[in-house]
Design a protein around this ligand. Structure first.
Ligand SMILES: [Zn+2]
Length: 476
């Protein structure tokens, strides 16, 4: 099989446009001071609602500018379709079943290293600020960080420091990007050791439901709407099935989501501007990535976590590194969340731990003709009553429902919206990838059996955290 998926007659649409000069290790060695890494995670951000990915609304002028100065990945595929497993796959280069954080109460396996731990070992200051309770330190997200702040946003909500805030709904009912910016800038300006490189990880949460952008972002993209929809209590309403959304209401919900994206983009832009003023951007590799997308009724539902369709697993990825990555480039090949950790370590000239299941894409950025070595990626989601696995190439996807045993195949080139799935058992082209999906899952299960069981911490979860996770729909 060639690198272009399961449909050999079809070829990549575009040649590699990336113009960067050399591979990662050489890049880092060529500079004096070690480069910094700014890792921006934007929760629930769909690429098709982002300007540089072709969206018509002006949702992301700052992300578009960043992509224009760097590289946009056209096929970054999430490890899962919700926060907890996806973010940990970025941090460990392991699929969810192997890092163990497959639920809101499961912890990182004991012997796993992390991106932060590897950078810390190399002398980096490692600092993270998160606004999503699904990435709480109790689950292992703090591993390798000098400072992992998962409490300031939560504390601010407990103390009712936000405006327009519903105490019962916690961070769902407000915006948190301003707090993340304050924390990040305070650290950069007052607490950072300028003599050492930094790894700064920021999780922006606002595009996540509820969609409650403040004025003027709440009217920005649908000012004419005068119906009842306000974007609130969506996890509750979606789960109970109590809500009936007219087409007009649905359009307004998308506009509110877009308002949240624009609001977040403005904060990312303000952060980047300040870092530029501090002359911190020139020697910084900036990564912007999303953990998963969001469904707006494409397959009958909303929110995320419950399927592995494209609207949930096709994510944003932008890299910006002045003088190192050619501006305005596009990386067309399929890569995955698990490739991020090895790529960043490679870019910094650091060894890639044997644990990593992903591959560095940095050599492909350096050599336009170089095919990315892995042609397929695997996806998983386990949440509430759902247990799904999938294998995806650039041209097709097999989804496997472990509850029913059914496997369905989708030709992503002819049916990118995944409407006309076929029964794999009766379809010739499905056989090989379905066999590889089976083999991968069996091998994964064998490896899981050799590892200590991930701990379950439900009984120890702080009642306030538990309330937040329930409000998000991740716990019952
Ligand atoms: Zn998320």
């Amino acid at each position: 099989m060639d690198c272009h998926g399961w449909f050999p007659a079809l070829r990549l649409l575009a040649a590699m446009l990336v113009t960067a000069g050399t591979s990662g290790p050489a890049l880092a060695a060529a500079t004096g001071a070690k480069p910094n890494i700014l890792f921006i995670m934007i929760d629930t951000l769909r690429p098709d609602h982002v300007g540089c990915y072709g969206y018509q609304r002006q949702t992301t002028p700052n992300l578009d500018r960043l992509a224009a100065g760097g590289v946009r990945f056209d096929q970054m595929i999430a490890a899962s379709s919700w926060t907890t497993p996806s973010v940990m796959s970025m941090f460990t280069s392991l699929p969810p079943s192997l890092h163990g954080v497959t639920g809101p109460d499961k912890t990182l396996v004991g012997d796993a290293t992390t991106l932060a731990a590897e950078l810390k070992r190399a002398g980096y200051q490692t600092v993270g600020f998160t606004s999503n309770p699904c990435t709480h330190s109790k689950l292992g997200y703090a591993r390798g960080f000098d400072l992992y702040d998962d409490f300031t946003v939560m504390l601010s909500s407990d103390l009712n420091l936000f405006e327009d805030f519903d105490q019962e709904k916690g961070i769902l009912s407000t915006v948190t990007s301003p707090t993340i910016n304050r924390l990040a800038l305070s650290w950069l300006e007052q607490k950072r050791d300028p003599g050492r490189p930094f790894f700064l990880y920021l999780l922006y949460f606002d595009p996540h439901a509820d969609y409650v952008p403040p004025s003027p972002y709440n009217r920005l993209f649908d000012p004419e709407y005068d119906g009842p929809e306000n974007g609130r209590n969506l996890p509750d309403r979606a789960e109970s099935g109590s809500a009936v959304f007219t087409e007009r209401d649905r359009a307004h919900i998308r506009a509110l989501y877009d308002g949240d994206i624009r609001f977040t983009d403005e904060h990312v832009g303000a952060l980047l501007k300040k870092m530029e003023q501090l002359k911190l951007l020139e020697n910084t590799l900036t990564v912007v990535v999303s953990d998963h997308g969001e469904e707006f009724w494409e397959h009958g539902g909303m929110l995320h976590g419950h399927t592995l369709y494209e609207e949930l697993i096709h994510v944003v990825c932008i890299l910006h590194w002045p003088g190192k990555i050619g501006p305005g480039t596009v990386f067309p090949q399929q890569v995955s969340h698990v490739d991020i950790m090895p790529s960043l370590l490679d870019a910094m000239g650091l060894p890639i731990p044997r644990q990593c299941r992903g591959e560095s894409f940095m050599p492909c950025l350096a050599s336009p003709d170089k095919p990315f070595p892995r042609k397929e990626c695997f996806l998983e989601t386990e949440i509430r009553n759902v247990q799904l696995k999938a294998i995806r190439s650039a041209g097709g996807k097999i989804g496997w429902d472990l509850k029913t045993g059914q496997k369905r195949g989708f030709n992503l080139r002819e049916d990118p919206a995944e409407i006309a799935g076929v029964d794999c058992a009766a379809t010739a082209w499905c056989q090989d990838p379905a066999t590889r999906l089976d083999a991968w899952w069996q091998a994964t299960l064998r490896e899981v059996a050799t590892r200590p069981e991930p701990q379950t911490i439900t009984s120890e979860i702080d009642p306030r955290l538990k309330k937040q996770l329930k409000a998000l729909g991740y716990l019952h």
